[in-house]
Design a protein around this ligand. Structure first.
Ligand code: NDP
Length: 297
């Protein structure tokens, strides 16, 4: 079997286009643009790239982008004061504090200070709670993006066996919750799971969110499984090269001989994350303006 490549890049482009159309519609109805505020503390190079990319894509989608760059030694109370100011700013619909924060800052305290109605990353404990009891809130962008790819590929997930490898609050746990809500039979595996290959082999759907390069091997997969690879790992550079190759948590080439569909890395889940962030921001804008969220957003 040669697996179909699930093209997250193309899917994300279509989603951004749809968000752009609806953002223009929102502006017409509300008399203002939907707005996303991104806060970056410090100069972590990867975070700077993400923040730049988020700002650019927000503007391209016809929404307002507010960037706040603070020095690495910003005291916690200053960051909390900024979050509070953004909570009260009617031009701001979504607030994203780029993680990781420098060590002296308490991530949980900062995330808890964001208004749950502007928490477009879906990391606030209220939104995690809403997801777990089936109320509408904000769902973390990466797992929601994975669900969109799965729904597009498989349609109804009822009764399918899904194994999520990884139990982080930002990927693994919300992913498992979404699969459960879609009536899949869900197993969450982690570093203490016994016989991980045996567990994964039961799965019609495998979601790997571990952070270990090419850990999931072809022989772990049930023939015909659908594989969503969330992992982003940079291999050490080959001799003479400046940068190492990016790979996922799944050994892509060999897995492609067993799976029926698989997301590549890069170009699979990665591009979905910012596209879903824009989608969540527009949903927040509609809700904050007291307008009905359009069908299909
Ligand atoms: P975390 O480090 O928070 O969680 C990793 C999880 O993997 C943990 O639950 C851990 O188990 C589990 N794990 C570690 N080693 C093993 C092992 N040998 N066998 C089974 N499970 C194991 O990572 P994140 O969830 O934040 O991210 C996971 C990956 O996804 C990373 O590569 C990250 O870069 C990528 N990522 C990609 C995004 C995108 O936009 N595409 C967005 C977010 C993340 P335990 O809990 O027992 O320690």
């Amino acid at each position: 079997m040669t697996a179909q490549r699930i093209d997250g890049k193309a899917f994300a482009a279509r989603l951004r286009e749809r968000v752009g159309e609806l953002a223009a519609q929102f502006e017409g109805q509300a008399g203002r643009k939907a707005g996303l505020a991104v806060v970056l503390v410090g100069e972590d190079p990867a975070s700077q790239v993400y923040v730049r990319s988020k700002g650019k894509q927000t503007v391209e989608a016809g929404m307002a982008s507010f960037e706040h760059r603070l020095p690495a030694d910003t005291p916690g109370e200053d960051l909390l004061a900024l979050v509070n100011q953004l909570n009260n700013d009617p031009a701001v619909d979504g607030i994203l504090v780029q993680l990781p924060l420098p060590d002296h800052l308490d991530e949980q305290a900062i995330i808890s200070a964001i208004s749950p109605d502007k928490d477009v990353d879906g990391f606030h404990v209220i939104n995690a709670g809403r997801l777990s009891v089936g109320q509408s809130g904000f769902v973390p962008c990466t797992p929601l993006g994975c669900m969109m790819l799965l729904a597009d590929r498989l349609g109804d997930l009822s009764g399918l066996e899904a194994v999520v490898i990884g139990r982080s609050n930002i990927v693994g746990k919300p992913m498992a919750q979404l699969l459960l809500d879609a009536n899949a039979t869900v197993t969450i595996a982690h570093s203490r799971t016994k016989d991980l290959p045996g567990v994964v082999r039961r799965a019609d759907i495998v979601v790997a969110a571990v952070g270990r390069p090419e850990m999931v091997k072809a022989e772990w997969l049930k023939p015909g499984a659908t594989v969503i690879d969330v992992g982003i790992n940079r291999l050490p550079p080959a001799e003479g090269a400046e940068k190492g190759r990016l790979v996922g948590d799944v050994a892509f080439d060999e897995a492609s001989n067993v799976a029926s569909a698989i997301t590549p890395v890069p170009g699979g889940v990665g591009p979905m994350t910012i596209a879903v962030l824009l989608r969540n921001t527009l949903v927040a804008a509609y809700r904050n303006a007291g307008l009905a969220v359009p069908e299909g957003l």
